[in-house]
Design a protein around this ligand. Sequence first.
Ligand code: 5GP
Ligand code: MG
Ligand code: MG
Length: 178
Amino acid sequence: MDTIQIKDKMFTVSIKEQDILKEVSRVANEINRDLAGKNPLFLSVLNGSFMFTADLMKRITIPCEISFVKLASYQGVSSTGVIKEVIGINEDISDRTIVIVEDIVDTGLTMQRLLETLGTRGPKDIHIASLLVKPEKLKVDLNIEYVAMNIPNDFIVGYGLDYDGFGRNYPDIYTVVD
Ligand code: 5GP
Ligand code: MG
Ligand code: MG
């Protein structure tokens, strides 16, 4: 499918699954190389990163743990970085090497808040792995060490990312047509 409709918007395919997986494999290799011996705890940020997390973790070959967190935002806020709370951290992360696994960093405000929250729990170090980054929109200074792909400032869906709840199931990434 090259074009899909979700509610009122049309989307056209922009990054095919096989091209995504090539970059995901590269990122996994970098993490395997950099974090060997650190027994990292991967914290996958739901919902958007579920597909990236599955494909990434199948390629991680070093001993590690995986857990999932969710960020509860105030209603209607998707990209302002206003987070009510981080749900689901049951592990003791003190003195652990953490890898945050995110779908997309846009303004970076969400990631900044997550780093602040995790930072209060005494981790040894925190690394960031993001499937996508929109460099033109970044508002805060973040060290995103592991990036599968930088993308332009257009709204995208698929491969875990949604438009109003729909579209997460597609294996390719689609860009809105306007
Ligand atoms: P931030 O601006 O705080 O970096 O990003 C906040 C959230 O906005 C992301 O976690 C993601 O849920 C959403 N977001 C930003 N850009 C896009 C996009 O192009 N497509 C989709 N589906 N969500 C996006
Ligand atoms: Mg996300
Ligand atoms: Mg969303």
